[in-house]
Design a protein around this ligand. Structure first.
Ligand code: ATP
Ligand code: MG
Length: 275
């Protein structure tokens, strides 16, 4: 099990233009520290998925570099990068291919050369974590979209990479599913893993992530702690991002700060009472 790691993600001057001519990433510099929990938000087509797919080599820089610790991703294959970065696809149907849930989850660790007993244990743990232990023998196509999304998450958990990237993990999840994913993120963080997630759910974002990056048109428009980022209007408007509930309430009350959780909100209220 890879516990605390020291792999910094360093994205420098990154640009990516697809063959169609669309420049999806248009100059991004971003450093992600080991064990950081970072959320990336921004409207559809902002370039979020394209950006994070550079971390595991599925997309290659047109310009600029992506370093994962001492590795320049340009020199590494997807298979090599999978030792350091696990990526859960936005659309699970692009990721899942085996005939049973357990075979799909076993595929990654097997390919990493993990021995059979350890693979079996990892599959059991990962399916347990995503609440699908009872579906181990099911055909993935017989599961719902939210369950398939959780199979995709389990497949990446079983690889135990030090850096985990979740592309819209809460899509299609009900409240229980969202809660389960929050627990998985807590657990990854407790093990010292770096967790990067793309999300459109701002409440999920502030409940689970310390740092928020706002993207619009292939660039980073804001980057900081949630309370700072959600207090700034310009970047959010450029990215068509609605702040989380409590920050919106604060804004409606004419406050300048943007409390993102109940404790911050009550603190801000107390300060106002005293003033
Ligand atoms: N494989 C591809 N080939 C060509 N263009 C693509 C490809 N994937 C994405 N794009 C384009 O690149 C731009 C950025 O897309 P990307 O999927 O990275 O954005 P996103 O922020 O993840 O959006 P969403 O929130 O909808 O998932 C969009 O204009 C999109 O149409
Ligand atoms: Mg996307």
């Amino acid at each position: 099990m890879s516990e605390r790691h020291d792999l910094t993600v360093q994205i420098s001057g990154l640009r990516h233009t697809y063959e169609s001519g669309v420049e999806a990433v248009a100059g991004v510099d971003l450093t992600i520290a080991p064990a950081e929990r970072l959320a990336i938000v921004g409207q559809n087509g902002a370039g979020k998925t394209t950006l994070v797919r550079h971390l595991n080599g599925m997309v290659r820089p047109t310009e600029g570099t992506v370093q994962i610790g001492d590795w320049n991703t340009a020199d590494k294959s997807i298979a090599e990068l999978s030792h350091r970065v696990g990526y859960v696809f936005q659309n699970p149907d692009e990721q899942i291919f085996a005939r049973t849930v357990s075979a799909d989850v076993a595929f990654g660790p097997k390919n990493l050369g993990v021995d059979d007993d350890e693979v079996t244990a990892r599959v059991a743990d990962a399916l347990d974590a995503v609440g699908l232990a009872h579906e181990a023998d099911a055909h993935p196509h017989h599961l719902s979209l939210s369950e398939r999304k959780r199979v995709a998450i389990a497949a990446v958990l079983a690889m135990q990479a030090p850096i985990v990237v979740l592309d819209e993990p809460t899509t299609g999840q009900d409240e229980a599913g969202v809660h389960l994913i929050s627990r998985i993120i807590d657990d990854l963080a407790a093990r010292g893993r770096t967790v990067v997630a793309i999300t459109h759910d701002m409440d999920f974002c502030v409940e689970n992530f310390d740092r928020v990056v706002v993207m619009a048109r292939g660039t980073v428009r804001a980057d900081g702690r949630a309370a700072e980022v959600f207090a700034g209007r310009e970047a959010l408007e450029a990215a068509a991002v609605e702040p989380p509930q409590l920050a919106r309430l604060a804004r409606a009350l004419g406050w300048r700060e943007a409390p993102v959780d109940p404790v911050q909100f009550v603190d801000a209220l107390e300060r106002r009472r005293r003033a």
